[in-house]
Ligand binder design. Structure first.
Ligand SMILES: NC(=O)c1ccc[n+]([C@@H]2O[C@H](COP(=O)([O-])OP(=O)(O)OC[C@H]3O[C@@H](n4cnc5c(N)ncnc54)[C@H](O)[C@@H]3O)[C@@H](O)[C@H]2O)c1
Length: 345
């Protein structure tokens, strides 16, 4: 955890280059977990609008970190390979940043059960480490944290708004909720500016394709590998799937809007899609097939039932709204992996 190196350089774009809807007043941003799926897509967007981007990632084996994710922007951003739990590295990394997008995490539900200490350490120690570094060396920075719809557990009713009680079912979501509460505490005691985004199921380019988490990408991987998409149960349970570009826009929108300080927002499409409907969309873009299988015991225990995010709060309080239709997002994702399969399989 002690070594770190950086490559790349400062943005070649002037920091005042503002473009369209994503125009921003952020000059310098740090993305923790920035070589992973969502973080690297965010790095692309921020770099494209002239933000001076640094990413920090520990490249923990079997998580989503992949240097190919930032290959096209590696000359425009600074990359630090290091662990956010390393005090020296994080203290250096957060200095002079306007915004910290805190996305470093372990996202595999099953792994979080099998390796609970790892999960707790990354989420809780890692989040504390970012917060303490900011408190001491950059108290004016805003921190935007990527939490999960998993904190709600089995929702009382759908669509699920932010007032729904939290009742996480699995270690990953329990530690995410703990991190949320720590962020809230720093807001209250130290005035740290924090925004919590509870993400639904995100899909799109640059997701790892070796493991079964991230169900939409997993189905795409199965289809492009000429295997049937394995749907558990009847496939009628609903989920909310959001294209990664839309998720990144929500991070950027919240980063420039001081009205989001101290608040929690759901980030989703606001629409329910069954696993069968998802598979049908993937079939339209591939020659995929479906195989209905029985739930495993663990998957049954983890199944929270239907989930649709109520996104009224974020769409009322910011200019953000989801733009990408599921079919279009799936097609873009399939195109990406058709071109870049060798970097992800
Ligand atoms: N992808 C989704 O559908 C989804 C849904 C809800 C919430 N989220 C949250 O969004 C965040 C990003 O998810 P993702 O899908 O991009 O995951 P990912 O695995 O692709 O990326 C996470 C990155 O964090 C890095 N990382 C982990 N621990 C670290 C540490 N201690 N120090 C530095 N880097 C570390 C990993 O190496 C990895 O590259 C996560 O916090 C996740 O919980 C994602």
């Amino acid at each position: 955890m002690s070594s770190a190196y950086a490559y790349g350089g400062k943005s070649q774009f002037p920091p005042h280059k503002f473009v369209g809807i994503l125009e921003t007043n952020i000059m310098k941003a740090l993305i923790t977990g920035g070589l992973g799926f969502v973080g690297s897509n965010l790095a692309h967007k921020l770099a494209s609008i002239g933000v001076d981007v640094t990413v920090i990632d520990a490249m923990i084996p079997d998580l989503g970190g992949n240097y190919f994710n930032i290959d096209k922007i590696k000359e425009k951003i600074t990359v630090i390979e290091g662990d956010i739990r390393d005090k020296n590295i994080i203290e250096e990394s957060i200095k002079h940043k306007d915004v910290i997008f805190h996305l470093a995490g372990q996202v595999d539900h099953k792994r979080s059960i099998n390796r609970p200490y790892e999960d707790a350490s990354i989420r809780i120690d890692g989040t504390l480490s970012v917060l303490e570094a900011c408190r001491k060396h950059n108290p004016s920075a805003k921190i935007i944290y990527s939490s999960t719809r998993g904190v709600y557990g089995e929702p009382k009713k759908v669509p699920v708004n932010e007032d729904n009680p939290t009742n996480p079912l699995v270690m990953y979501a329990i530690t995410s909720l703990a991190a949320e509460n720590i962020l809230k505490m720093y807001g209250k005691f130290y005035g740290t500016k924090t925004t919590i985004l509870r993400l639904v199921n995100i899909y799109g380019p640059r997701h790892q394709m070796k493991h079964s988490y991230g169900i939409a990408n997993y189905f795409i991987m199965q289809s492009l590998s000429h295997k049937p998409m394995t749907i558990m149960g009847t496939g009628k349970i609903l989920r909310d799937f959001l294209f990664v570009d839309d998720a990144c826009d929500a991070f950027i929108e919240c980063s420039k809007n001081s009205g989001t300080d101290g608040k929690i927002f759901n980030v989703g499409s606001g629409k329910g899609t069954s696993f069968i409907e998802l598979a049908n969309e993937i079939k339209n873009a591939t020659d995929g097939k479906v195989n209905l299988v029985k739930y495993t015991k663990v998957e049954k225990q983890l199944e929270p039932g239907n989930f649709i995010a109520d996104i009224t709060k974020i769409t009322n309080e910011t200019k953000w709204c989801p733009k990408t239709k599921l079919g279009d997002g799936i097609k873009k994702t399939v195109d990406f992996y058709n071109k870049n399969k060798k970097h992800y399989w």
